[in-house]
Write a protein that binds this ligand. Structure first.
Ligand SMILES: Cc1ncc(COP(=O)(O)O)c(C=O)c1O
Length: 400
């Protein structure tokens, strides 16, 4: 018998049901210096407030070094929860007590925690289709079955949601991205937001509102968060410092009723005990010192320029039968050609040295191969223009 135990190991059913995403092959191709990647979802390093972070860090390590390097509370640094609660009130009219906030290791951890505490393996959860790939992965890791609801340019379609709720009558929750959705860049309009809240309260369902991009609005008027419109406390709100400060902090926050906060803490203790105290201290200094509000306009200006450049290049280089979204914020554009198969086109794209993420990756159930997600925040201006030119050639080649 083979002496090496791993060679005959049977991994758990859940991990066997998880598959590596296309992102992995994209990450491999990124190693090629000639490659232009619109595939990742990375913020531009120019958007990181390095000098401000240094200033805050230097002050804090001198003043509070011993606390900052210690383990922290599972729910996070109290003064940071106070600062987040205040900011949420000012920016989004969300009322919260600091005790209703759990800081997490990125909002990605919150997705995992919420999937784990709200649903049992085999339970159904509803999301937009397409939706954020990381949420699909996080929920599947708890054995959740995901059902996607069709979208149009105003977000999740409410008639489609009603039909889905008739078919799958007891979903555990609905996961939504109302602002500049990943992957489409689409925002849910006000009418839909209100109708959505009516539906969930009539049906007795909780909603998870994921809002990493809400502060990155380049055009149009701000829409109220679901959590701010919700009178019945049925919405759990997730935010993150990843796109307005830096993802290296690995710091997100969830605003939820106390019962949920307690359960999240239980599972978080099993996962990582607490998030990074260093990150929490710096984020607190960054918020309380007013640095964040002085810096965000710089990020918006940088990204608005890149979005405009990408839209202009798409108009110039893509064949006229290719459609694309025109997001008012966020980091992504969704490109669609009726009848195309972007999975098949990827090989040619890699040959032509441009990368995107195939749209099919973002559909929780079902097959849709007509779209691709492209990121406009990471690449230099020159690479945006050249990459879109190459993409145009890929589309031209696919028609032949
Ligand atoms: C929609 C959405 N939710 C959550 C996350 C996770 O972000 P983080 O864990 O860095 O807070 C991302 C990251 O790209 C995202 O796009």
């Amino acid at each position: 018998m083979e002496k090496n135990v791993l060679s005959r190991w049977e991994f758990s059913t859940i991990v066997n049901s998880m598959k590596p995403s296309a992102i992995e092959s994209i990450l491999k191709a990124i190693g090629d210096p000639e490659m232009i990647s619109f595939g990742g979802g990375l913020p531009n390093p120019e958007s990181f407030p390095v000098d401000d972070v240094k200033k805050v860090f230097d002050e804090l390590i001198t003043k509070s070094g011993r606390q900052m390097l210690q383990y922290g509370a599972t729910e996070g640094l109290k003064s940071l929860s106070v600062a987040i609660s205040k900011r949420m009130k000012q920016q989004l009219s969300i009322n919260s007590d600091p005790s209703e906030i759990v800081q997490t290791t990125g909002s990605q951890e919150a997705l995992y925690l919420l999937g784990k505490i709200l649903a049992n393996p085999g339970d159904y959860v509803i999301s937009e289709a397409p939706t954020y790939l990381g949420a699909i992965t996080a929920f599947r890791a708890s054995g959740i079955r995901m059902i996607g609801v069709e979208m149009d340019q105003y977000g999740m379609k409410m008639d489609a949601l009603r039909r889905t709720l008739k078919k799958y009558s007891h979903p555990k929750f609905i996961y939504v991205l109302p602002n500049f959705q990943n992957p489409t860049g689409i925002s849910m309009n006000l009418e839909r937001r209100k109708e959505f809240l009516e539906i969930i309260s009539d049906e007795g369902i909780i909603a998870l509102e994921d809002d990493p991009y809400g502060s990155l609005r380049f055009s149009g008027t701000q829409l109220p968060a679901l959590k701010a419109l919700d009178k019945n406390n049925n919405v759990i709100y997730m935010g993150t410092f990843s796109k307005v400060l830096a993802p290296g902090f690995r710091l997100g926050y969830t605003i939820a009723p106390p019962e949920i906060v307690d359960k999240m803490k239980l599972v978080k203790q099993a996962l990582d005990l607490a998030s990074s105290t260093i990150s929490e201290y710096i984020a607190e200094g960054y918020l309380s010192g007013g640095y964040i509000d002085r810096w965000i306009p710089n990020v918006i200006e940088l990204y608005r320029r890149k979005r405009d450049l990408m839209l202009k290049s798409l108009e110039e280089y893509l064949p006229s039968d290719v459609e694309f979204t025109r997001p008012d914020g966020g980091m992504f554009i969704w490109v669609t050609k009726k009848g195309a198969n972007t999975d098949k086109m990827l090989e040619d794209a890699i040959k032509k040295k441009v990368l995107y993420v195939v749209g099919s990756e973002f559909y929780p159930d079902g097959d849709n191969h007509e779209s691709m997600r492209i990121n406009f925040t990471y690449s230099s201006d020159e690479k945006i223009v050249e990459g879109v030119r190459r993409l145009g050639k890929v589309f031209e080649g696919a028609g032949k």
